[in-house]
Design a protein around this ligand. Structure first.
Ligand code: C2O
Ligand code: CU
Length: 463
C-alpha cells in the first residue's frame, strides 16, 4: 500500500472522529502494530500437531491493548495461500476499516497488505478475526483479543485473557458441545446441522493438559476476560470451588456484578468475570460437558504454594448451580441518545432450508446477498425483533454498533444489557435496538460460520 493511500485513510478516520465522537482524544499519537498472517506449525497438545493459520506466529494472535480513544494503525500482511481481511469485532471503527471483503474493502491478496487505522473505542473486551472464507479460516487460528482500556477504571489484582477455540484436526473423535436449548445433538446430527466435527478444544491455543495454568495468590481479585472465538461451538464454563462475578457483557459494564457458577457462551460472545481467590488449592476451570473438557477445554487455576496439589473436586451437583442468563444482568446504558426523532422497526425471521437444503440459512426467507438490507438514517433509533424459526440457535452480530437487548423470549429487560452479539435461541425471540450513529454499510449476521456462509446475513445501510 502506498503512502498516499494510507494518508487518505487517515483523513477518513479523522472525519469519523469529528462527526461521531468529538470527545475522543486527538489522533496525534497513532500506535502502529504489525500483524502478519501466515501458516505455522502449532502443537495443540503433546503429539497433536496441526498447521494453523496464525497472526504473528501464535494462536490466538497477540493481545492488542490500547486506551479508549487512542489511535491505532495496524499493518496487516497476508502471507497465507489465500485472500484474507481483518474485522475488529465490537470496535466502532469507521466503515472503511471494518474488514469485510466486498463490502468495506477488497480482500487482501496473498502477498498483499492493508493498513487499518482507527480510534479505539468503546472501552472493553473486543476482538479481531479474519472475515474472509470464515469457514476455512476462523477455526484455523486467525483470531485474537483486542482490549480497550477505559480512562481510569479500578483494576483487578491480576488479569487473564482466555480465548476459547475449536479445531478439526482429524486426530481424535468428534465431540459435539451441547447447546443451552436442550435439544439433543443427535437430532441435529440427523438433520445434518450439527456443525463442524470438532475433536479438540483450546484455551489460548492449547488443549488440556497443555493449557498453561492460571496462577493466583490468596486474597486476590482476578479478572478473566473470556472470549468464545469458536466458529460454531457453544461453551459452558464452570470454575470448581468458586463463583464467578460477571461484570461485563461483550465488553460493556453491568450496573453491579452478577454471581454465577456456570457461564454459557455462544460463539463471538465475551464475558468479563471477577473471581475472588479465597479457596487455596488447585482447581479446574472447564466446560461442564465432560467430553468437551476431556477434548481440551480445561485449564487449571493454581494458588501460590499449591503447585503440586492435585485438583480439588467440586462436589456441588450441577443442578444446584446458578447459571448465567441474559435475564440476570442489568446493563449500564453507554449508548448515546438518538437525534433524528425517527424510530424504525424491522422484523427479522431466521429460517432454515430444511431437509431439502440443510446448508441454507435465511433471513425473512432469503439468503445473503439476496436478503433485504435494513435502511436507516443517521440518528435513527432502530428496533429489531428477531424470531428464530430454525432448529439451531443464532448468535447474531451487528458490525459497527453495540445494541441494547430489550427482551429475550418474551421477558422485557428494565435495564438492557449492552452487547454486539446476541444468541437467539431456537424457536425463541429477541428484541434489540441500536442508535444509527456510524454511517456506512454494515454487515449483520449469524456468527456460526456455516450459517453465515449459508446466507444468514444482511446489511444495515445508511442512506
Ligand atoms: Cu465477529 Cu462479522 O464478525
Ligand atoms: Cu446461526
Amino acid at each position: 500500500m502506498s503512502v498516499g493511500r494510507s494518508t487518505c485513510l487517515l483523513a477518513i478516520v479523522l472525519g469519523g472522529l469529528l462527526v461521531g465522537h468529538a470527545q475522543t482524544a486527538p489522533m496525534s499519537s497513532f500506535r502502529t502494530v504489525r500483524l502478519v498472517a501466515s501458516p505455522i506449525r502449532w502443537e495443540l497438545a503433546p503429539g497433536r500437531r496441526v498447521v494453523a493459520w496464525a497472526y504473528n506466529g501464535q494462536v490466538p494472535g497477540p493481545i492488542l491493548r490500547v486506551r479508549a480513544g487512542e489511535g491505532v494503525r495496524i499493518v496487516v500482511e497476508n502471507r497465507l495461500p489465500e485472500a484474507t481481511a481483518v474485522h475488529w469485532h465490537g470496535v466502532d471503527v469507521p466503515f472503511p476499516m471494518d474488514g469485510v471483503p466486498g463490502v468495506t474493502q477488497a480482500a487482501i491478496a496473498p502477498g498483499g497488505r492493508f493498513v487499518y487505522a482507527f480510534p479505539a473505542h468503546p472501552a472493553g473486551t473486543r476482538w479481531y478475526h479474519t472475515h474472509a472464507d470464515e469457514v476455512g479460516q476462523l477455526d484455523r487460528g486467525l483470531h485474537g483479543p483486542f482490549v480497550v482500556d477505559p480512562q481510569g477504571e479500578r483494576s483487578a489484582d491480576r488479569e487473564y485473557v482466555l480465548v476459547l477455540g475449536s479445531w478439526v484436526t482429524g486426530q481424535g473423535r468428534p465431540v459435539r458441545p451441547s447447546l443451552p436449548d436442550g435439544m439433543m445433538q443427535g437430532m441435529r446430527e440427523r438433520m445434518g446441522i450439527a456443525g463442524p466435527p470438532y475433536d479438540t478444544f483450546t484455551v489460548n491455543g492449547k488443549a488440556f493438559p497443555a493449557t498453561p495454568p492460571l496462577r493466583v495468590r490468596r486474597g486476590e481479585r482476578v479478572r478473566l476476560r473470556i472470549l468464545n472465538a469458536s466458529g460454531h461451538a457453544h461453551f459452558t464454563l464452570r470454575l470448581d470451588g468458586h463463583r464467578m462475578r460477571v461484570t461485563h457483557t461483550d465488553g460493556n459494564p453491568l450496573q453491579e456484578p452478577v454471581e454465577v457458577d456456570v457461564l454459557p457462551m455462544a460463539p463471538a460472545e465475551r464475558y468479563d468475570v471477577e473471581v475472588v481467590a479465597d479457596r487455596p488449592g488447585t482447581w479446574a476451570l472447564h466446560d461442564t460437558t465432560p467430553e468437551v473438557a476431556a477434548a481440551g477445554l480445561r485449564v487449571q487455576v493454581v494458588y501460590e504454594g499449591y503447585e503440586r496439589a492435585p485438583p480439588s473436586p467440586d462436589p456441588r451437583p450441577e443442578s444446584s448451580l446458578r447459571r448465567w442468563t441474559y435475564r440476570l444482568g442489568r446493563g449500564v446504558n453507554t449508548i448515546p441518545r438518538p437525534t433524528s426523532g425517527r424510530v424504525l422497526r424491522y422484523d427479522l425471521v431466521l429460517g432454515w432450508g430444511m431437509m431439502m437444503a440443510p446448508d441454507r440459512w435465511t433471513i425473512n426467507g432469503r439468503a445473503y446477498p439476496d436478503t433485504a438490507p435494513l435502511r436507516v438514517r443517521f440518528g435513527d433509533l432502530v428496533r429489531l425483533r428477531i424470531s428464530n424459526m430454525s432448529p439451531d440457535s443464532h448468535p447474531i452480530h451487528l458490525h459497527g454498533h453495540s445494541f441494547r437487548v430489550l427482551s429475550w423470549n418474551g421477558t422485557a429487560f428494565p435495564a438492557p444489557l449492552i452487547k454486539d452479539t446476541v444468541d437467539v435461541p431456537s424457536m425463541g425471540e429477541v428484541e434489540l435496538e441500536f442508535v444509527a450513529r456510524n454511517p456506512g454499510r454494515w454487515l449483520m449476521h449469524c456468527h456460526k460460520v456455516l450459517h453465515m456462509h449459508g446466507g444468514m446475513a444482511t446489511l444495515v445501510v445508511y442512506e
